[in-house]
Design a protein around this ligand. Structure first.
Ligand SMILES: *Cc1c(COP(=O)(O)O)cnc(C)c1O
Length: 370
């Protein structure tokens, strides 16, 4: 028998969350963002849930090819565009749409002389200062793109730096001023802007984290009014029980001291499974459906939980590390990170099961992370 830890992936939850996005941005088409192997879920596992999306966005060429091989006929967008001359050939062969954020990428397309034109998302750096042409240089870039042989339809794209803090107007104003009169569709909104900035929705939206039920701000209560569902559940079992007396400590570095007599449970889950080592004592966890908290340091293969609220729990009791009951952001936040990182960091050694429709616990085929 493997250790009792398992991650369940729920395609139904992704389908549901995509529907919520559709309702929020009803006038826009939706790029479902599945970069980083669908935020750690496995593209193939959630692929059937993406049928209602208008396009799939990612940034790894191999992932783009995988999506085509699954049979996806609608657009596929490479969010960082091409890196090398041969990538243009791949884009042409598989009919990929590519971001273009610099002149070097336009030159790669021109040099490849594609037989079939390649649609592009011309990217403006409206303030994020990662990728893109400056607002001042954008019109010139658009004219050069339009004059580049092999470039097809041009969508105008930018990315928000702080949409989860309700801080998009400065970038929107720059984008609108710099694109005034330029034809073409617009694509701006990540998950935060989908939820909170209707003015930014435009022709295409690009949600990622909300498809997986995570909070764009990393704070679970910020999405409490949106009925998203968790698409990943990490669960395990209690494999040991200890009774601590007042003054006893638990785990490495003895960071937790019992202030009363208490039972603790040892859970088969540690940082080598992707659980954050920096989660402090007090991080929420559910045992047999009862909310409780971690105590002491997370170690490589185990962590420890307070069994005071669940006196009947013992060896074999079910533990939810994150999922619908324990919000992934409520685990991430005290550990100084965000749900995005925990999803992406699910370790290869954790067996993964895909839930069948309407069964979120035991159905599905066991397999290992890809
Ligand atoms: C990752 C990414 C998104 C999606 O971001 P979320 O915060 O997960 O919604 C959208 N656009 C671009 C360019 C991205 O890189």
């Amino acid at each position: 028998m493997p250790r009792p830890i398992v991650a369940h992936i729920h395609p139904d939850a992704v389908r549901h969350n995509l529907e919520i996005v559709r309702q929020k941005a009803s006038g826009s088409r939706v790029w479902a963002v599945v970069k980083a192997n669908a935020y750690g879920h496995g593209i193939e596992r959630i692929y059937p849930a993406l049928a209602a999306a208008d396009g799939i966005a990612l940034l790894d060429l191999d992932e783009a090819v995988r999506v085509r091989e699954l049979g996806w006929k609608k657009p596929v967008l490479l969010l960082e565009g091409v890196f090398k001359p041969e990538d243009v050939k791949t884009a042409e062969t598989f009919g990929l749409t590519v971001a273009v954020h610099c002149d070097e990428q336009l030159e790669l397309i021109a040099a490849a002389k594609p037989g079939r034109s390649i649609d592009i998302n011309l990217k403006m750096n409206s303030g994020m200062n990662r990728l893109g042409f400056t607002p001042e240089g954008f019109r010139g870039a658009w004219e050069r793109a339009r004059a580049t042989q092999g470039v097809g339809a041009i969508t105008l794209m930018s990315h928000f730096a702080n949409a989860d803090a309700h801080d998009v107007d400065w970038q929107l104003d720059r984008f609108d001023a710099a694109t005034e009169g330029i034809p073409g569709e617009r694509s701006l909104s990540n998950s935060a802007a989908v939820l909170w900035h209707e003015r930014a929705h435009r022709d295409w939206v690009r949600p990622g984290i909300v498809l997986y039920g995570g909070s764009p701000s990393g704070v679970a209560r910020h999405i409490a009014d949106v009925s998203l569902r968790a698409s990943m559940t990490l669960s395990s079992e209690i494999i040991g029980v200890q009774t601590m007396r007042i003054g006893d400590t638990v785990g490495y570095a003895r960071t937790y001291t019992a202030d009363r007599s208490m039972r603790i449970g040892v859970v088969a889950c540690g940082y080598a499974d992707g659980y954050p080592r920096h989660a402090p004592s007090g991080t929420p966890v559910a045992v047999d459906g009862v909310m409780t908290r971690t105590v002491g340091r997370v170690s490589m293969d185990m962590l420890t939980v307070d069994l005071t609220p669940c006196p009947s729990a013992g060896i074999g009791s079910k533990v939810e590390l994150w999922g619908d009951q324990v919000k992934i952001d409520d685990v991430a936040e005290p550990a100084g990170t965000i749900g995005y990182e925990l999803m992406c960091a699910l370790a290869r050694r954790v067996p993964v099961r895909v839930s069948a429709a309407h069964d979120d616990t035991h159905a599905g085929v066991a397999e290992f992370a890809v």
